[in-house]
Design a protein around this ligand. Structure first.
Ligand code: AMP
Length: 215
């Protein structure tokens, strides 16, 4: 299965991609995770990407296209992959098509998670992540047992720099302007299925599986 998860920041792409990875045994490729790791390592790419990410803007196309083109050649992508957070612009989608055709592969499905923007701002602004084990929490919907510390390992809970409310609103606007056109792009190719992303995590997962079976 070669799948793209499309949807604004906070729509649940990362959560659903992790579950798809478990059920289908294919890797999740998150350009956001790869870029955050590069920022942590202070690699030249990370240093360049950080200013765009902190402002809630997009990292230049050539950088993310290079990341994905390289990652798709790894052996673990032979049976498929889940792209989470890529493509985010039409040039990225065009480049992906080119890379896939060079690898003799094609996409099976593009799942678009449909959500309400105001609800997303609340979801994102409440997100916290454990700095030790990476477990995610939400201050309102999935709070830790003890304020500020991870219920699994006791690590410190941190907020992503780009989950501040002003940055979130900028990320939403960027999504509307640059990424939303991809819905039509993939609809015209007959690959797009819209799934209601506002329900419980399990219900969204079931809807995605149904969509994948039909694709
Ligand atoms: P995410 O975790 O997917 O929300 O990504 C976090 C940030 O990384 C985004 O706000 C962008 O600054 C950057 N980023 C991730 N994926 C891409 C992409 N495909 N194109 C450009 N920038 C990206």
């Amino acid at each position: 299965m070669k799948i793209i998860l499309l949807g604004p920041p906070g729509a649940g792409k990362g959560t659903q991609a992790a579950m798809l990875m478990e059920t289908h045994g294919i890797p999740q490729i998150s350009t956001g995770d790869i870029l955050r790791a590069a920022v942590r390592d202070q690699s030249p790419m990370g240093i360049k990407a950080k200013e765009y990410m902190d402002a809630g803007g997009l990292v230049p196309d050539e950088v993310v296209i290079g990341i994905v083109a390289e990652r798709l050649q790894h052996a673990d992508c032979a049976q498929g992959f889940i792209l989470d957070g890529f493509p985010r612009t039409v040039p990225q989608a065009d480049a992906l098509q080119q890379v896939l055709s060079e690898l003799n592969k094609s996409l099976n499905a593009v799942i678009s998670l449909e959500v309400d923007t105001e609800a997303l701002v609340e979801r994102l602004a409440g997100r916290r992540t454990c700095s030790s084990c990476g477990r995610g929490f939400h201050l309102k919907y999935d709070p830790p047992a003890e304020d500020g510390s991870c219920s699994s390992c006791g690590g410190n809970l941190i907020q992503r720099d780009d989950d501040q409310e002003a940055t979130i609103r900028n990320r939403m606007q960027v999504y509307q302007q640059q990424t939303a056109p991809l819905e039509d792009y993939y609809r015209e190719q007959g690959l797009l299925t819209a799934v209601d992303g506002m329900g419980e995590i399990d219900a969204v997962q079931r809807a995605i599986e149904t969509a994948l079976q039909a694709s």
